[in-house]
Design a protein around this ligand. Sequence first.
Ligand code: 5RP
Length: 237
Amino acid sequence: MTPSPRVSPEVARGFKQAAAAHAAALVEAGMAVGLGHGSTAVEAVPVLADRAGRGELAGTVFVPAARFMAEALRRHGLPVGSLDDRPELDLAIDGADEIDPNLDCIKGGGGALLYEKIVGQAAKRLVIVADAGKLSPRLGTRHPLPVEITPFALASELRFLAGLGGHPALRLRPDGDPMRTERGNVIADCPFGPMADPAGLAAALDARGGVAGHGLFIGLAALVVVAGEDGVRELRR
Ligand code: 5RP
């Protein structure tokens, strides 16, 4: 599938809607379904609400990874649950910032990476939805890696990330203060460049106490639904 290098926002939104609608069709009555964050995944919500309105999703409950998604679900009258009620999810639908040919991803552009990973790992199947512009030959080519840091450890972890070649930059709010995640942590965006060994980097970050989470989703996506100028395609591992 050809990436879509430059398309208008309207066309890009159409791709996002097409990918999200395709994934929403995988949801069945009675399922527990995780939903991540972002402008693509949220496009699944109105489709799911239509299906629920037609009586197709009796007993289905949705577990959002972010307040943004919880609000969208509630606005559309869909039932919101938690991992406490449903520790194992049948399916999770989420977006991504970059996807490589192994279906490994960089996520966290919207800052919800920690809970998105928890929800994705709780699901039997994580379905990533994206426009074709997110496809990449090698992770790190198109998007910096978001790393979530416990504020107590900030200076040490920035030093650690710099030592790994991550060139970390603290993500800031418009007023110049550090952006805080829903956990109260901060995010360093790390333009590593094309990664030779994303799994090795993920392991190094996982081993670090002050790193609360990172956007490398290795081996997690079961299915990627990509929409582009040549239609909607399913990419499988
Ligand atoms: C948020 C995410 C998003 O899924 C990712 O940033 C993609 O967002 P969008 O669909 O808006 O491009 O990981 O933390």
